[in-house]
Design a protein around this ligand. Structure first.
Ligand SMILES: N[C@@H](CCC(=O)N[C@@H](CS)C(=O)NCC(=O)O)C(=O)O
Length: 213
C-alpha cells in the first residue's frame, strides 16, 4: 500500500495510527502542503478535493477520506480490530471520530485558515477566536462524551478508531493555539497514547518528511 500524506496533517496522522495499530507495512509518499503539492495535477488525479491523505491499495484502488480509509483497513485487515465488541460502544467510537472529523478539523484546515486571513482579512486574533469557537467547541463536546465512554482510551481500555482521531486533533489544535486547558480527559488519553508504540511510530516528528527544529 502507498499512503500519500504530509507529516503534520492530522488526517494523515489518523491513518498512520490505524496502520500502525494493525501492524501494516506501507510506503509513505510525502505531499508537501506548504508547497501546494496537494493542488498538483498528479495529486488531484488521486484526490480531486486536493486534500491528504489518499491511500493506494495493493490492488491499485485509490481511497480518500481518512474515515473511509480506516474503515477499508478494518474490513480488509480485521485483526487486531479497532472497533469495540458492543454495538453501542461502536456507535460511540464512530460518533467521536465523526465529531472530530466533521465538526472540528475542517474548521482549522490550512486552506480555511489561509482563506480567513487572505480573503476575509482576519488578523491572528480573529483567526484564534474562530479556532476556539469551532474546533474548540466541538472538542469540548467530545470531552463531555468521554466522561461516559472512556477508560484508559476513548472507549474503554483498548486503543481504537476514536483514538486515531483524538490524538491528531489534540496535536493540531494545540499547535494552532486552541485553548485545550479545559480538556482534561482528552489530554490524559493523548498523553497515554504518546507512550504506545503504534502512536509513537505514527507521530508527525517520526515521519520521513518531518521538518526538524
Ligand atoms: N475529511 C478529510 C480531511 C482531509 C484534510 O483536511 N486534509 C488536510 C490536512 S489535515 C489537507 O490536505 N489540507 C490541505 C489544504 O488545506 O490545502 C479526511 O478525513 O481525510
Amino acid at each position: 500500500m502507498k499512503l500519500f500524506g504530509y507529516w503534520r496533517s492530522s488526517a494523515t496522522y489518523r491513518v498512520r495510527i490505524a496502520l500502525a495499530l494493525k501492524n501494516l507495512d506501507y510506503e509513505y509518499v510525502p505531499v508537501n502542503l506548504l508547497k501546494g503539492e496537494q493542488k498538483s495535477e498528479a495529486y488531484l488525479a488521486r484526490n480531486p478535493l486536493g486534500l491528504v491523505p489518499a491511500l493506494e491499495t495493493d490492488d491499485g484502488a485509490v481511497l480518500t477520506q481518512s474515515l473511509a480509509i480506516i474503515a477499508y483497513l478494518e474490513e480488509t485487515f480485521p485483526e487486531p480490530s479497532l472497533m469495540p465488541d458492543d454495538a453501542a460502544a461502536r456507535a460511540n467510537a464512530r460518533s467521536i471520530a465523526l465529531t472530530l472529523a466533521s465538526e472540528a478539523q475542517p474548521f482549522m484546515n490550512l486552506r480555511i485558515q489561509q482563506y480567513l486571513k487572505n480573503e476575509i482579512g482576519l488578523d491572528e486574533n480573529g483567526v484564534n477566536k474562530w479556532l476556539n469557537q469551532w474546533p474548540g467547541g466541538a472538542m469540548a463536546a467530545v470531552e463531555k462524551t468521554l466522561a461516559r465512554t472512556a477508560g484508559d482510551f476513548c472507549i474503554g481500555d483498548t486503543p481504537g478508531l476514536a483514538d486515531c482521531f483524538l490524538v491528531p486533533q489534540f496535536f493540531g489544535a494545540s499547535r494552532f493555539g486552541v485553548d485545550v486547558s479545559g480538556l482534561k480527559k482528552m489530554k490524559e488519553i493523548h498523553d497515554r497514547c504518546q507512550q504506545h508504540t503504534a502512536f509513537i511510530k505514527a507521530h508527525p516528528d517520526n515521519q520521513p518528511d518531518a521538518v526538524k527544529g
